[in-house]
Each structure stands twice: as structure tokens, then as C-alpha cells.
Design a protein around this ligand. Structure first.
Ligand SMILES: Cc1cc2nc3c(=O)[nH]c(=O)nc-3n(C[C@H](O)[C@H](O)[C@H](O)COP(=O)(O)OP(=O)(O)OC[C@H]3O[C@@H](n4cnc5c(N)ncnc54)[C@H](O)[C@@H]3O)c2cc1C
Length: 206
């Protein structure tokens, strides 16, 4: 998977939002150490966590499975715009038939698990889908035989409070390995000066 951070709110927007309550704008150091400490104190320690909602991150996430996508979609406090299979499945139509030995070529479309039997079955499902499309059946119907391993991509926007919740729940070993990888990749894509809001929530990798 590839995670790219397209845009984010500077920390000073959040510290100024907090300072609105006390009208203490003159104490700001424009998102420096003083403001960073204020955000941590109010947003995290005082649990006035709604202030963290003023920080928003816009990520582009590429090459995750649709199995992961359905778990990602459970996080209601985030916005998704996902590559549509209805509009894009034609990408598969002109491919040559896939055999189980075509792992490298199939990786363009499938997330591999590293378990040979599962990956081979995924490639067979991909070949079934390709054959359905090649026979002229519309994307709208063909999509019903997509394997869960089929790759997708999306724009994902989330505020800092909700990202804390996501990282805490999904970087844990109890989570699906692929969403656990995503939680770590999202953290790694964050600006250096924002990471302190999340690092205490990050658990071990699988
Ligand atoms: C290890 C693991 C296993 C899981 N297994 C399953 C499973 O087997 N089946 C399954 O269906 N799901 C499963 N889930 C998904 C889980 O139930 C949540 O849907 C998902 O983690 C999103 O969490 P969330 O609701 O905190 O996040 P969000 O939807 O982003 O919500 C963020 C926060 O907003 C608040 N909130 C949002 N909506 C409401 C509301 N309606 N009422 C009150 N407060 C609200 C809550 O405080 C919530 O924590 C699993 C999750 C994990 C981490």
C-alpha cells in the first residue's frame, strides 16, 4: 500500500481555536512549542478532545484490498471517496488470461497475503472476473464476483480526534493485519510536528 498525505491543518489553527475560549491569542507562538503543549494539555490531558477536531488530514491511500476497505468504512467519523468498480473494472477487460503462476502480474490487481493457497485462489477468482468481463457482461453485474483481495484506492479525510481513535483501535495486534499496516503507514505519513498527538496510541506492528 502507498499512503500519501495530501493536505493537513497547521497546528496553530487548533491552538487558536483553543485560545478562543480564553481569548489568549497573544500567548500563541504560531504553532511552536507553547501551542503544541497547549493542544496536548487541553485536547488530551483535559479531555476537551473536540478541540482536536479542528485539525483535519486528507490522505490518498492506494493499493489496499476491498477486505480492508469494508473495515475502514466502519469508521464513521471520516470521509471516503473510493475508486468505483462500476466505472473502472474495464481495466481488467483487455488483460491476457491469468494462471496461478502469474503472481507478479496479478499483483497489479490483488493484495497478496503471503499464504500460497489463498493467493492462488485469489488469482483464480481474478481470472473468473476477467472472463466474465471479456464475455461482455457489464461492470454493474461483473463486480459481484470480485475477490475481497481486489485492490482499491481512495481519498480519506479524517480529523485528529478520530484519527487518534483509529490508530488506537487499528494499530493493535487484535486488528486485521492489513488495517494494522495501514494504521502504521498513516502515522508515518503525518508531519513530524503532529506525531506527538498520536505516538502514545501506536501499538506494535503485526
Ligand atoms: C479488533 C476489532 C474487531 C472488530 N470486529 C468487528 C466485527 O466482528 N464485526 C463488526 O461489525 N465490527 C467489528 N469491528 C468494528 C468496530 O465495531 C467499529 O465499528 C470500528 O472499529 C469503528 O470504531 P468507532 O465506532 O469507534 O469509530 P467511528 O465510527 O469513527 O466513531 C468514532 C467515535 O464516535 C462516537 N460515535 C460514533 N457513532 C456513534 C453513535 N452512533 N453513538 C454514539 N457514539 C458514536 C464513538 O465514541 C466512536 O468511538 C471491529 C473493530 C476492531 C478494532
Amino acid at each position: 500500500m502507498i499512503v500519501t498525505l495530501h493536505h493537513y491543518t497547521p497546528l496553530v489553527i487548533c491552538s487558536d481555536a483553543i485560545r478562543t475560549c480564553w481569548q489568549s491569542f497573544d500567548k500563541s507562538d504560531n504553532g511552536g512549542e507553547v501551542d503544541r503543549a497547549l493542544i496536548d494539555r487541553v485536547g488530551n490531558k483535559f479531555k476537551h478532545a473536540s478541540t482536536l477536531e479542528h485539525i483535519v488530514y486528507n490522505f490518498y491511500i492506494k493499493g489496499i484490498s476491498r477486505a480492508l476497505l469494508q473495515e475502514l468504512a466502519r469508521h464513521r467519523m471520516a470521509s471516503l471517496s473510493v475508486k468505483s468498480t462500476r466505472y473502472t473494472l474495464k481495466e481488467l477487460k483487455d488483460e491476457a488470461p491469468f494462471s496461478v503462476d502469474d503472481k507478479e502480474r496479478a499483483k497489479k490487481y490483488l493484495v497478496m497475503t503471503g499464504v500460497d493457497m489463498v493467493d492462488e485462489m485469489s488469482i483464480r477468482a481474478l481470472e473468473n472476473l476477467r472472463a466474465v468481463l471479456a464475455s461482455g457482461i457489464s461492470n454493474d453485474r461483473a463486480k459481484y464476483c470480485l475477490p475481497e483481495s481486489y485492490k482499491t484506492e481512495l481519498t480519506w479525510s479524517i480529523n485528529a480526534r478520530s484519527l487518534q481513535n483509529f490508530i488506537s483501535l487499528r494499530s493493535d495486534k487484535a486488528a486485521l493485519w492489513e488495517i494494522c499496516d495501514l494504521a502504521h503507514a498513516l502515522y508515518d505519513a503525518l508531519p513530524e510536528d503532529h506525531r506527538y498527538l498520536f505516538e502514545h496510541l501506536l501499538k506494535e506492528e503485526h
